[in-house]
Design a protein around this ligand. Structure first.
Ligand SMILES: C[S@@+](CC[C@H](N)C(=O)[O-])C[C@H]1O[C@@H](n2cnc3c(N)ncnc32)[C@H](O)[C@@H]1O
Length: 423
């Protein structure tokens, strides 16, 4: 276990130093190919968990340290061990013993201190928890600006949104209707001993997450992993056979693939990031689907557009990702309040540029995985005020009228607005 604690210590240190969690984990796993799949999974769990509850853990650690630690790595190790003691399933003595051993590897002189801090935590746990609960930021484990924004926007519902962001995310599948019906795939899962339920026409929620290699026919393109909230996009866009469709921010290609599974369209999948666009290629390849893949800036079509208008455009714009924080707990500590306005400006630029590419009568779906009004309704409202040839269509299905889906048991947080060009 001390190997896993050291791994998580390294990753948490990197993230709190400004690095993206996914990148830090991927690089760590590449450099430590000797780790067993089980050890990798533990490093991942400890890193995610520590970052998820970092606000609370840091508030409990502070009073246990009488002076700042000279070696910052010890602080991160202590945070990882506190996460295990507070939220993990391992025996207390094993967590402490392994943390002491891990500390010895980092700094032989520090093992006594780590032992003392963790034992003091166990003795004073209730008082430390109570003290941490006095501040909203450490009680919820979010930066205060994030809490303030949600409270201003959602009032009493803010607590539930914050809580949902600290849960383990559900694992949901999208069944490729070209291959098999969702009901038949559900039966196949059951034959393989995987418990699941159907929650939307093509969406199957697994009772417990499993590796994709355990999913029957995954590598044959029968099924994909995609949150149920994200699965609304392709249906809302309402693309039919023969239509020219643009997915303007396409990588890694989940929504592009869904669009292609639903109808024989001519799809252009655009993304600014050439590396990420390769993932669209891989995903489409697995699903035996094809699209025109294009690297380019959605806000600057002259660089890549062929001049023919699209019948449908999906603008799944870059955003704060505040609706999917349970899948990316690092963003709580990497984002700044001012980033939200920056995203909103970028979103407006993309939306304005794409509008010119839409055919008369065509539809554009604006989508984010944010729960912040400034990136969602506000962007759409400003856009509608400036474009008399645009009107908003109601969202069908069981979506809220506002277009704002909040994170919960069945799906992540998303925002959708469907716009139609009238002339
Ligand atoms: C929310 S993700 C898209 C997820 C994707 N639609 C899916 O369902 O798999 C946003 C994407 O927008 C891309 N992006 C950011 N700025 C862009 C721009 N100006 N033009 C095109 N793509 C951009 C990012 O590289 C990222 O892949």
């Amino acid at each position: 276990m001390n190997l896993a604690q050291l791994g998580a210590t390294h990753i948490v240190a990197q993230v709190l130093g400004g690095r993206n969690l996914n990148q830090a984990l991927t690089e760590y796993q590449r450099r430590h190919s000797e780790l067993t799949p089980q050890q990798r999974a533990i490093v991942q769990d400890l890193s995610y968990g520590t970052l998820r509850f970092y606000g609370q853990l840091a508030a409990m650690l502070a009073p246990l340290l009488h002076k700042p630690l000279k070696d910052e790595r010890l602080r991160f190790l202590l945070l990882v061990a506190l996460f295990q003691l507070q939220y993990g399933k391992s025996a207390t003595h094993a967590v402490v013993d392994h943390a002491v051993r891990a500390a010895r590897e980092l700094n032989p002189a520090a093992s006594g201190l780590v032992n003392a801090v963790l034992r003091n935590f166990l003795r004073q746990r209730e008082a430390l928890l109570a003290t941490a609960a006095k501040s909203e930021s450490s009680r919820h484990s979010y930066p205060q600006w994030w809490i303030d924004r949600l409270q201003a926007q959602y009032g009493e519902r803010a607590d539930a949104i914050l809580l949902a962001g600290n849960q383990h995310p559900p694992m949901t599948l999208r069944v490729n209707q070209r291959h098999i019906s969702a009901a038949d795939y559900l039966a196949l899962l059951s034959q393989h001993g995987i418990e699941a339920s159907l929650i939307a026409p093509e969406a199957i929620l697994l009772t417990r997450p499993v590796g994709v290699d355990k999913l029957p026919s995954f590598f044959d393109g029968v099924v994909s992993v995609q949150d149920a909230g994200a699965q609304y996009a392709a249906t809302l866009l309402d693309a039919h056979a023969g239509m020219r469709v643009l997915d303007a921010c396409a990588a890694p290609g989940g929504k592009s693939a869904h669009l292609l599974e639903l109808a024989d369209i001519q799809l252009t999948a655009l993304d600014l990031d050439a590396e990420r666009l390769k993932r669209v290629d891989e995903n489409l390849h697995r699903l035996k689907l094809s699209a025109n893949l294009q690297v380019g800036d959605a806000a600057h079509p002259p660089d890549w557009w062929d001049g023919k208008r699209y019948d449908r455009i999906l603008a799944d714009v870059p955003c704060s990702a505040t609706g999917v924080v349970r899948r990316h707990p690092d963003i709580k500590w990497l984002r700044r309040s001012a980033d939200i306005a920056g995203f909103a400006q970028q979103q407006a630029r993309i939306l304005n540029a794409l509008w010119h590419l839409l055919a008369s009568g065509g539809k554009l779906l604006y989508a984010t995985c944010s729960v912040m009004n400034e990136e969602n309704r506000q962007v759409v409202q400003d856009f509608l005020q400036q474009h008399t040839d645009a009107h908003e269509l109601p969202l069908h299905q069981d979506l809220p009228e506002s277009g704002q889906l909040l994170p919960g048991d069945l799906h992540d947080g998303f925002f959708y607005a469907l716009l139609q060009k009238t002339t």
